[in-house]
Design a protein. Structure first.
Lengths: 291, 403
């Protein structure tokens, strides 16, 4: 939450919830934390009811570390596995109706811009392939073509995990899953291609194989969305249950899929590149000055 | 884009949004004290003038007949700077969801729709009360049944009755100017914090002219206070951490059945709590004409105007017929209706829909509380008008016990 609009009286500080104090004193509220310091600071998410070995959970954990200002961020999600973890985080979470994420986020971001004209309030849509690409497709597309100023993070586990393993638009062709008993008939939907058509200023595809890269990608996507409009991050977050990946092999699978068909890709518009260059040069200068 | 970026949209750097030149006045002053000037305008134009004075932050809509006559005017209001942000949404699920997002952010939010659009957005609309998102929904009624038609018919209102929405029914152009302003204020009361729909019979009111008495456009309602709410705005300004108002209220593995039922009870209790505000701002949730009559016409919306004329014509014949106009469908003015109708011998309920939802509501209220005869009709639907003669004939037949 804002440190400018709400400053607890020092006399009452002890009565604030321990979790909030930890986030300010030992966590990422008000100061960015490095992925390499994981385990040494209070994280935005610490407990969750996700399946053992779930790659999506790892990605979500890293996503929160990548947020430039989690104390000024609201996450919007929908039904699906991801919300089980997202709703446990120390960032407000809107759990809307099925497939409404990008419409809700559009209204919310505009409302927050009116109420807080001098403070970036980041809205992050984070939902699965079913929620965004199938039932939420229309809202997703229109938010992109309107260039709404928030990032959409697609947790692509290539299946409806939460409802028990039905094929989705992001499932690969030929895959046998519930509701595709003879193998999925159509190709995996090309969301990166659609993002390019919509001329988004930042598009990224990645697997959670490189934690620092996940955090950096999320940070960039949010910072660019603030300035220029819609951005998109598509992450491979396997479902080890429905794809029968042994728990100890989840990361092995992530590396293999990354190598095979989910390699890191980052498409940045020229103006966003310039923006990032300036931003990163400033950060470098600040670090140098500190030394 | 928004008025916040008005230079990027072609406005000069020294442009002053006209909304910023308006003076904020207390709602009671606006509703009852400010001088008014009467104009002969359509219902859609009356709605526009209402929005102009409403201090709207965000308006979002998808065009549909007959609503589009109003919401394209809202676009001009945005251009003039009376609305801070405005866009045409992708369709009604998107629009109603975006409105939920904007209201969660703590700003005054407005949308409007008609018949099939209301039905399309219904999943989102029915989730608004539980999400405790105050906003104003203008509903210009039209046919929803197949075959597809754009004729007036208010059956769509029945789909909102049990959602937890506040629901007003405007009789005429004047009401469609006054009610949305009242809706904005009551919707945002801390002990209410609910969305409010203002329905009106499409075409009969929206596309026809009537006398509308309005306050000067230089005055507007106070803005929404995003922090004054039964549940916190989703702005991440509310301690403590791990406070998400949405997730804990979602049934699933996070919530007990008891908590969910309690949440629903609270929503409907909030609907009842809104009654005292509507009573104050609307000068009563019902209007009674000829309270000591033996027979009554009970109506809402455009059926009230037809009933007024029937009462007048009956009066010319020396017969005193009573009439009750129900302004607030939700909160339902149960006690007032029981008190007003306890001695009635005949009660007719003229309606502009086939199902007779108002008649059903009234029957469930008066069951065991009146010895009078309840008559469900007359009813017209699918675009039909309701001639006064029709009401007079039904009254005559009722007297002959033919109904």
């Amino acid at each position: 939450m804002s440190f400018e609009t709400l400053r607890p009286s020092p006399a009452l500080k002890d009565f604030l919830p321990i979790e909030y104090k930890d986030l300010v004193e030992h966590g990422p509220y008000g100061k960015n934390k490095k992925v390499s310091d994981m385990g040494k600071f209070k994280e935005i998410i610490e407990e969750h009811p996700m399946c053992a070995g779930c790659a999506m959970t790892l990605f979500i954990r890293l996503m929160y570390i990548g947020m430039p200002n989690p104390e000024h961020t609201i996450v919007v999600g929908t039904a699906g596995c991801g919300r089980l973890a997202l709703s446990q985080a120390s960032v407000p979470f809107v759990y809307g109706n099925y497939g409404d994420t990008n419409a809700v986020a559009s209204g919310m971001k505009r409302g927050l811009d009116i109420r807080f004209p001098n403070q970036f309030k980041d809205v992050v849509v984070c939902a699965g392939d079913g929620g965004l690409v199938d039932i939420g497709f229309q809202g997703l597309m229109h938010s992109w073509f309107r260039h709404e100023k928030f990032v959409t993070v697609l947790l692509d586990n290539e299946v409806y995990g939460n409802t028990g393993g039905q094929e989705s638009g992001m499932t690969n062709k030929g895959k046998v899953l519930k509701m595709s008993p003879r193998g999925k008939k159509d190709e995996k939907m090309d969301m990166l291609g659609l993002a390019k058509v919509a001329k988004l200023d930042y598009i990224a595809r990645l697997a959670p194989t490189n934690p620092a890269r996940v955090a950096r990608t999320i940070r960039r996507s949010i910072l660019i969305a603030r300035e220029f409009g819609a951005t998109y991050v598509q992450a491979y977050t396997s479902c080890n249950i429905e794809y029968s990946i042994p728990t100890p092999d989840v990361m092995k699978d992530a590396f293999e899929i990354e190598k095979d068909r989910y390699g890191f890709e980052e498409i940045i518009s020229d103006r966003a590149k310039e923006f990032l260059k300036d931003l990163e040069a400033k950060a470098k200068a600040e670090r140098k000055a500190k030394k | 884009m928004s008025n916040l970026d008005f230079v990027a949209e072609g406005k000069p750097a020294d442009w002053v949004p006209l909304g910023e030149t308006q003076t904020v006045v207390d709602p009671m002053e606006m509703f009852f004290k400010l001088p008014r000037k009467t104009e002969f305008i359509t219902g859609s134009e009356a709605a526009r003038e209402s929005i102009r004075r409403m201090n709207v932050d965000v308006a979002i809509a998808y065009p549909i007949t007959p609503q589009s006559e109003t919401m394209q005017q809202a676009g001009y209001l945005y251009d003039e700077g009376y609305i801070k942000d405005f866009y045409r949404g992708e369709e009604e699920i998107g629009v109603m969801s975006a409105c939920a997002g904007a209201s969660r952010a703590g700003v005054r939010t407005l949308t409007a729709t008609s018949g099939p659009g209301l039905m399309r957005g219904m999943e989102a609309i029915s989730s608004w009360p539980g999400a405790r998102v105050p906003m104003i929904l203008m509903d210009m009624c039209r046919v929803i049944n197949t075959p597809l038609a754009i004729q007036p018919d208010n059956i769509e209102m029945s789909f909102m009755l049990n959602t937890g929405m506040l629901l007003l029914h405007a009789e005429d152009q004047q009401d469609f100017y006054d009610y949305p302003l009242v809706a904005a204020i009551v919707s945002e009361k801390v002990d209410v914090t609910l969305p409010c729909a203002v329905s009106v019979d499409g075409f009969f009111v929206t596309h026809a002219r009537g006398q509308v008495s309005m306050t000067p456009k230089e005055y507007k309602l106070p803005p929404r206070d995003g922090w004054a709410s039964a549940v916190p705005a989703m702005d991440n300004e509310n301690p403590p951490a791990r406070l998400s108002r949405d997730a804990p209220i979602q049934k699933s593995n996070f919530i007990s059945y008891h908590m969910h039922s309690s949440w629903q009870q609270e929503v409907f209790a909030a609907v009842e709590r809104s009654a005292k505000y509507f009573d104050k701002y609307l000068d009563g949730c019902i209007e009674i004409v000829n309270p000591d009559a033996d027979e009554f016409l009970v109506a809402s919306g455009a059926a009230v105007s037809q009933s007024r004329e029937a009462v007048r014509q009956e009066g010319e014949q020396g017969r005193k017929v009573g009439m009750i106009k129900i302004k607030t469908i939700r909160p339902w003015p149960m006690r007032q209706l029981i008190a007003a109708l306890k001695n009635a011998k005949r009660i007719l309920v003229p309606e502009f829909n086939q199902a007779g939802w108002l008649h059903k509501e009234l029957c469930s209220t008066l069951y065991g509380r009146t010895t009078g005869t309840m008559i469900g009709g007359p009813r017209v639907y699918g675009g039909m008008t309701m001639p006064t003669e029709m009401i007079l004939e039904w009254l005559a037949d009722a007297r002959k016990k033919q109904l």
